[in-house]
Ligand binder design. Sequence first.
Ligand code: E4P
Length: 218
Amino acid sequence: MKFYLDSANLEELKRACSWGIIDGVTTNPSLIAKEGVPLEEHVLKICDLIQGDISAEVVSTSAKEMIEEGLKLSKLHSNIVVKIPLIEEGIKAASVLHKEGVRVNITLCFSAAQALLAAKTGAYIVSPFVGRIDDIGWPGMDLIRDIVQIYGNYGYKTQVLAASIRGPRQVIEAAKAGVHICTLTYKVLEQMFQHPLTQSGLEQFLSDHKKAFDLVSA
Ligand code: E4P
């Protein structure tokens, strides 16, 4: 299972990168806007920091413009994956970009039917948004299970990326469902480290060690 960091913040990316467990990064227009820097300039900084897939999203909505934007983004760096929204024009654009050899991440996926359309384009990744489905009272993780099963039935190569993840339990559920990738905020990644027994166990080990050492040196 690959872990991507769902962030465009360079400080978060640097810190998470130091753990040696990050396989890539996902950004979206909202995350880039928070940084207040032009997309292309910022994405290149991310590519310098992290060796792995870096998703950068188009902001146009016609197939023609998405193709132009996607080709331009893909030429910035070999690690860039072009993110395209799952709308009719997006599916058209994704099919063309795939044929041009561009790796595409089809985003804003909220149904298994949409995920089938994404796989048919030959997309590299599809991104179903678990948390946003939960937010409207539907079971987001059921969608992940459905997509993994459907893609498995037909051997589609498109990787399933669990997006909009709100906490460690969802990461485990997504892993059990067999997703290829989870994209995680820095906060969720930090939460994954935490267990009270790890903390108390470490305190005990260190205190026993110190007592024994103090006895020897006394
Ligand atoms: C990643 O590709 C998505 O853009 C992101 O996970 C969306 O997360 P959110 O629903 O917390 O904004």
